[in-house]
Design a protein around this ligand. Structure first.
Ligand code: GLN
Length: 511
């Protein structure tokens, strides 16, 4: 298929409306949730070749839309009521199968919904959003290009010969192509921010613990975090307000902090300064290590362009240093596989997942079921993880990595003494061609250089559209905040998006 990178002019079809705009029309009664849901289901059908969806069930979605319409008819007015979204396929759902992109979980049906899913959904106490289906991802969220899905590759709607990023590649492609107004994603080492960057949408990974991990298929539990992906910071703020919050009975690592209305904060208050100078006083730190030779010139040019917009809004740029940035790759690729090897041990063919058809005894059954169910990348990580945790290697690898992880987190605190927000690229290049890195795991790992350190530190980070690079492909700007500063990130991003229109550009493929 040809390159579809030239932005098309914005018209106002239903699918061009964001979450906030759809919610306003639903609340005013000018459209119904059933109409909106049907419209998006039709678009998903028309763009099936993107490979973004792993599960759809129009009957289920329309029944949810009718439930939302009934709540609207009864006079309920909550910010997300009746707006559709789709979930990354690592969130378990009662109404749709959940595979985590793995053959291991083919046809798996969860008996319960993930906390994030029920908080957003139409059930009791939920925000009233309608689920359009489940979105493709790398197997168990391990990957950077969505090429590790056991089911199908996902195409980048800006150029269908390229990857959408990963692991939340289905979420990113679906939002960018306007198949959904918003989606959930998960980010362990960049999986919300990097695909958001590579597809020209907005995504935020909150502080570790801000959203409950209950019902998220576990990859690396000390890193996994849920977050929203949408076109604008405002839409992300609306979703995050519903997703976030303590879940003490179900996730002991969820933060015991009161829920925040991020969207009202954005609209009602200016985080800094005045209307002419809305970001006056905001100090943006630029880590020298994020602006070196490792980053492609087209990406750096777009990032610098976006930063000069921030300066026009009143922010000041300061140089900071994150000296251990380079070590974040080996540290992450020890710790994440170590945790993964433990988390994936539950897939034994007995309690969950695929079981081999023929086997001789119990250990043969384990061996065959796991060999058949896991793809190459999951298998590689189980082996690396088992190795670094084994007696004799634990101190040399796992313990050492944990110590450096702590130093990486300390470096951020040193940097935050000089700035409020840290900025830089998300990915060292624009989206690469499908197949270009699929046989080279290390090439994929290296592309995570700018997202891993903040994940290891547990800090919130986001990607916002910042222009275009080589091949007309989108480039994202990363903003990293200190702990619990999601509102500050969203506020800065919102002011940037009020002044620029990168986030409103749509790929030609979404026509
Ligand atoms: N690309 C990273 C990995 O492969 C991050 C994945 C993620 O954040 N889930 O592990």
């Amino acid at each position: 298929m040809s390159s579809l990178s030239s932005p098309r002019p914005l018209n106002l079809d239903l699918h061009d409306l964001g979450v906030a705009q759809l919610a306003a029309r639903l609340a005013a009664g000018s459209i119904s949730s059933v109409e909106v849901t049907q419209h998006f289901l039709n678009r998903i059908g028309q763009h099936a070749q993107l490979g973004a969806f792993l599960a759809l069930d129009a009957e289920v979605s329309l029944a949810q839309a009718r439930a939302a319409d009934a709540r609207l008819a009864a006079g309920e007015r909550t910010p997300l009521l009746g707006v559709p979204l789709a979930h990354k396929d690592v969130f378990v759902t009662r109404d749709f199968p959940t595979t985590a992109g793995s053959k291991m979980l083919a046809n798996y049906r969860s008996p319960f919904d993930a906390t994030v899913v029920s908080r957003l959904g139409v059930g009791p106490g939920g925000a009233g959003m309608v689920t359009l289906g489940k979105l493709n991802c790398d197997e168990f969220a391990m990957g950077s290009g969505n090429e590790n899905s056991a089911y199908q590759k996902v195409q980048n709607p800006w150029d269908t010969s390229r990857v959408p990023g990963g692991s939340s590649g289905g979420s990113a492609a679906a939002v960018a192509a306007r198949l959904v107004p918003a989606a959930t994603g998960t980010d362990t080492g960049g999986s919300i921010r990097q695909p958001a960057s590579l597809t020209g949408i907005t995504g935020i990974k909150p502080t570790y613990g801000r959203c409950s991990r209950y019902g998220m298929v576990a990859f690396a539990s000390s890193l996994d975090q849920a977050g929203p992906m949408a076109r604008s910071a405002l839409d992300c703020a609306l979703l995050l307000s519903a997703m976030a919050g303590p879940d003490p009975d179900r996730d002991s690592t969820s933060l015991d902090l009161p829920a925040v209305d991020y969207a009202t904060d954005l609209i009602a208050t200016r985080v800094y300064g005045t209307s002419a100078n809305p970001l006056k006083g905001l100090r943006i730190g630029l880590p020298t290590q994020f602006f070196g030779a490792g980053c492609a010139p087209d990406v750096l040019a777009a990032v610098r362009g976006a930063l000069s917009e921030f300066e026009k809004l009143g922010a000041t740029l300061v140089d900071v240093s994150l000296p251990l940035t380079e070590l974040s790759i080996p540290v992450y690729y020890v710790i994440a596989p170590a945790e993964a090897s433990s988390n994936l041990s539950r897939f034994d063919g007995v309690r969950y997942g695929h079981r081999a058809a023929n086997y001789t005894d119990l250990s043969d059954m384990y061996k065959k079921s796991r060999s058949q169910g896991f793809g190459d990348e999951a298998t590689r990580r189980i082996m690396i993880g088992t190795y670094v945790l084994s007696h004799g290697y634990y101190d040399a690898y796992y313990l050492k990595a944990q110590k450096i992880r702590r130093l990486i987190a300390q470096d951020f605190q040193t940097a935050f003494a000089e700035c409020d927000v840290i900025a830089g690229p998300v990915s060292p290049t624009v989206a690469w061609k499908i197949g270009e890195k699929s046989d080279d795991p290390v090439a994929n790992y290296l592309a995570d250089i700018y997202t891993l350190s903040s994940s290891l530190a547990g800090l919130p980070g986001m990607s916002i559209p910042a222009g275009f690079g080589e091949g007309g492909m989108p480039v994202g700007l990363q903003l990293i905040g200190n702990y619990f500063k999601e509102a500050q990130l969203l506020g800065a991003a919102h002011q940037f998006q009020l002044a620029t229109d990168w986030h409103q550009k749509a790929p030609g493929a979404s026509a």
